[in-house]
Design a protein around this ligand. Structure first.
Ligand code: UN1
Length: 497
């Protein structure tokens, strides 16, 4: 086997070893015999150096005209387009999801790059009339400073792009800590930005653990913005640290996304949508369809059809174009799935398909689990309430739209939801009453497009949105500017009344 490549931290435009000289290996979750790369196991000293570099670069970058920053992003987007296939392959090797999905992940970064590049010529502010004569006023977006970005492994390029690109277009600089399971895709994305002409120090990468890198990064007094995607448990810790330091904090966390299926739904469409929503990315999406809330009149037939399709899904190494579902990301995630299968069984749910880890033949070297469906799930069972982040779908039976919406909303999360129906009244009710940041009609809970706001209610986040122009609010501050050209002192609230 050839020697795996070594990746260094990127600090101030230079690739450097960690201060301690320690490294870690990253392996392919479909075949752990393959080492994808050796990465730096960094600590506080590396974070300190990266933040200093980002702070230095900020003095320059914030003054580069936004349309010029946009031009660099346009170039980077074009490079991503050229390198899409290679990066998708790298991503399948490091993350495990199938090629068509890793191509989609790179595409999402391309979309974001073009979108934010265009924003360089907008970054719209507002002008408003003054209460007084001969006075002009406006509000403009300002960059905030150094942004600390902590990104997950399930969308190893798309999610980093959602954070890096809006941060940069506004004029901030960044230090990113990629998930230790998928740092390579962040290096690939950042390489395009460097090749497109991003100056030294504007983007810095520090790899390593959450405790040794993530924590000092978010605590650093010179880091003004923290954008985090990951678990609710870590997210609430990030929120506390951010609150102490008076930082902008954007959190994107879990989901327990429901798909409501009414008795008039087109079941062919539902089967396609539910299989894609539940088992795409091996269920490892915050937006994954993890609860199917089906009307009693069709639940029996639907369960059978879903079980039949799930049973026939081809599982394996995502580099094989015929494979439909890859492995879990790592041993611990696989164990979580196994644990929830046991929990579901012990809670009295009916296992209709799957439930087993695959260990024979080539599967022995990866973290493969069968797509799993439980029926007769009760709304308050743990498998109906807790995020599993794996290929497990819970089917809950209901008798009416009202009950379906009530069950759908009765979880601690609120990211995405869906309804399948041909009844326009039911669809509009659901659109209004489903308490999630994203609602789909006759489509599964996954598949958000980057130019709409992405995020959720309740335990899913802290009210911010990624995607859309709304993301700019995370990475900018509003400045209100008053220009008095009257040549006299005009006292607001006094001289004009
Ligand atoms: C995630 O699950 O963490 O909407 C992100 C989707 C993708 C992004 C998912 N565009 O499913």
């Amino acid at each position: 086997m050839s020697t795996p490549p070594v990746y260094q931290n990127l600090i101030g435009g230079k690739f450097v070893d960690s201060a301690s000289g320690r490294t870690f290996e990253n392996r392919n979750p479909a075949d752990t015999r393959e080492i994808i790369g050796i990465f730096q196991d960094s600590d506080e000293r590396d974070v300190q150096a990266a933040v200093e570099a980002a702070k230095r670069a900020y003095r320059y970058w914030r003054l580069v005209p936004a349309p010029k920053r946009g031009e660099i992003l346009f170039k980077a987007a074009q490079l991503l387009v050229e390198r899409k296939e290679q990066y998708a392959r790298d991503m399948t090797r490091e993350m495990g999801k199938v090629l068509k999905e890793t191509r989609g992940d790179v595409q999402e970064a391309i979309d974001m790059c073009f979108f934010m590049a265009g924003e360089g010529r907008r970054l719209y502010g507002q002008t408003t009339p003054s209460e007084m004569p001969n006075k002009f006023q406006m509000s403009v977006r300002q960059p905030v400073g150094v942004c600390g970005l902590i990104t997950p492994w399930n969308f190893p390029m798309a999610i980093p792009s959602w954070k890096i690109l809006p941060a940069l277009i506004v004029g901030n600089t960044v230090v990113i800590k990629p998930a230790s399971d998928t740092p390579l895709s962040v290096y690939n994305l950042v390489q395009c930005l460097l090749d497109a002409g991003i100056p030294d120090g504007v983007i810095n990468i520090v790899t390593g653990s959450g405790s040794r890198v993530g924590e000092p990064l978010i605590r650093h007094p010179d880091v003004q913005v923290i954008s985090f995607t990951g678990s609710t448990e870590i997210g609430s810790k990030v929120a506390r640290v951010g609150a102490e330091g008076m930082k902008h904090v954007s959190l994107e966390m879990g989901g327990k996304n429901p798909m409501i299926v009414m008795d008039d739904a087109n079941l062919d469409l539902v089967v396609d949508g539910a299989i894609w929503g539940a088992f795409g990315t091996t269920g490892q999406r915050c937006t994954a369809t993890s609860r199917l809330i089906a009307h009693r009149a069709i639940v029996g037939e639907l369960t059978e059809r879903l079980a039949d399709r799930a049973e026939r899904l081809k599982i394996g190494n995502g580099l094989d174009e015929t494979v439909e579902m890859g492995p879990s990301i790592n041993q611990s995630q696989l164990e979580t799935v196994q644990r929830y299968v046991e929990i579901g069984a012990s809670e009295g749910a009916r296992l209709v398909v799957g439930g087993r880890t695959l260990r024979d033949g080539d599967y022995a070297y990866g973290f493969f689990h069968q797509p799993t469906i439980f029926a007769d799930v009760q709304r308050h069972m743990r498998i109906a309430q807790e995020e599993i982040f794996g290929p497990v779908l819970s089917i809950i039976t209901v008798d009416s739209l009202e009950e379906a919406i009530d069950v759908a909303n009765d979880v601690p999360y609120g990211l995405s939801s869906a309804i399948y129906t041909r009844d326009v009244n039911a669809a509009f009710r659901a659109m209004r009453d489903l308490y999630t940041g994203i609602v789909y009609v006759n489509a599964p809970t996954i598949g958000a497009e980057i130019h709409l706001p992405f995020g959720g209610t309740k335990g899913t986040g802290n009210g911010h949105r990624e995607g859309g122009i709304q993301v700019l609010d995370v990475f900018s501050e509003w400045k209100s500017i008053y220009v008095d050209f009257s040549g006299t002192l005009q006292r607001a609230q006094i001289d004009n009344y």
